[in-house]
Design a protein around this ligand. Structure first.
Ligand SMILES: *Cc1c(COP(=O)(O)O)cnc(C)c1O
Ligand code: SF4
Length: 371
């Protein structure tokens, strides 16, 4: 048996059986939500104030994810992603409720269609853990905004009638909060649409609720494959034994794994942190896809890093880890401008056709370009 977070379960769960712990339904039903649920942690004054000043964006933490917290460390990179903080109440003037203008690019409720060939398809507004840095905190966790079956039908109809859509990204919230049956119905409907060539699924369940990746779910994904699965690991400590098993199951089901990490101040904003995470992801067959700049969602300025930080991390990775371990560093432009990739400047000088490049060791190399 591989090690399990069961062995490290928080004190409220000492009487929990291993069977319960390994059930995703049990994990979901026993999420920690209230301030008093965290009595076993010595909450910091800032975290307590975070609970007291909580807005509409609720708190939920799976026992599994809580078991990964570093004991007694308020700076724990996982704890900081999951527990509210008083800093969430500070909203900067440039921050936006809908930072990526997803609502204004909605041809029908539940679909954001920005690029000609691909759409975001919101199928659920729930997640096992509500990440404090969530870009969709305006609606995620709100029970009233959950996608109804009628809305899902409407979205499918839009995709069916819009021939330019070749790539559909199931999103939310987290699509894996749906039941297997509902998810299968959506996948099956999408596969029947001839012009839909690529199906992707964005999910943080392999991180926060890896027990959700059951054999049955893997079979479904296999049946409608290939499915591209975008995971959301931000820190190496999130890769638990259960996560490894989940990633193995997803791989064996023929899904193509790519990770979208968010660069977060004080959590993963160092070369070492990103490199450790990416090496561990590659070991588990998951390729770093994007490293996203924290967007302009409201109340997350305490997580935001300067743009140069991301560029410097990419620069330092080059040469220290193979290209497969280097994600694209991407800024999703506020106001719905789309994604922009930022890259380090490798050109030291340029005179006509004569260019001097800088390599990963900082050495200069001349190059002659053609006309
Ligand atoms: C990020 C995003 C996509 C997917 O973009 P890729 O760069 O292809 O991964 C599609 N639509 C919207 C609105 C997005 O924000
Ligand atoms: S899993 Fe994604 S959608 Fe859900 S709270 Fe975290 S960032 Fe937001």
């Amino acid at each position: 048996m591989p090690q399990s977070t069961y062995n490290n379960r928080p004190s409220p769960f000492l009487k929990t059986s291993e069977e319960e712990w390994n059930s995703w339904i049990w994990q979901h039903q026993n999420r920690l939500k209230k301030e008093s649920d965290f009595d076993w942690i010595d909450l910091s004054a800032e975290e307590k104030q975070g609970f007291e000043n909580l807005g509409d964006f609720r708190v939920a933490v799976t026992p599994h994810y809580a078991a990964l917290f570093e004991e007694g460390n308020p700076e724990c990179p996982l704890r900081k992603q999951a527990l509210p903080h008083i800093a969430e109440s500070s909203i900067e003037s440039y921050e936006l409720a809908d930072p990526l203008a997803e609502e204004s690019h909605m041809p029908v409720p539940g679909i954001t269609h920005r690029y000609p060939d691909r759409v975001l398809f919101y199928v659920s507004h729930h997640c096992p853990v509500y990440c404090r840095h969530c870009t969709r905190k305006r609606k995620v966790s709100d029970p009233l905004s959950a996608a109804s079956s009628m809305q899902i039908e409407g979205s499918l109809k839009y995709i069916r009638e819009t021939k330019s859509v070749r790539d559909v990204l199931l999103s939310g919230g987290d699509p894996l909060t749906l039941s297997d049956e509902k998810l299968e119905a959506i996948l099956s409907a999408l596969r029947k649409i001839e012009h839909v060539e690529v199906i992707r699924l964005g999910t943080r369940n392999p991180v926060t609720l890896p027990q959700r990746i059951t054999e049955n779910l893997a079979d479904i994904l296999k049946r409608y494959g290939p499915i591209y699965v975008h995971t959301h690991f931000n820190h190496v400590n999130e890769i638990s034994p259960e996560s490894r098993l989940a990633l193995t199951r997803l791989r064996n089901a023929g899904t193509v794994l790519g990770n979208q990490m968010v660069l977060l101040k004080g959590i993963n904003d160092s070369v070492e942190s990103v490199m450790e995470l990416n090496r561990e992801l590659l070991k588990n067959g998951c390729r770093p896809y994007y490293m996203l700049q924290c967007d302009f969602a409201q109340g997350i300025s305490h997580f935001r890093t300067p743009l140069q930080k991301g560029i410097d991390i990419i620069d330092a990775l080059r040469g220290r880890i193979g290209g497969m371990g280097i994600p694209d560093f991407v800024v999703d432009l506020p106001g719905g401008g789309g994604k922009i990739e930022l890259v380090p400047d490798y050109i030291q000088s340029r005179e006509g056709n004569h260019i001097v490049f800088r390599n990963f060791q900082g050495q200069s190399f001349p190059y002659v370009d053609v006309d």
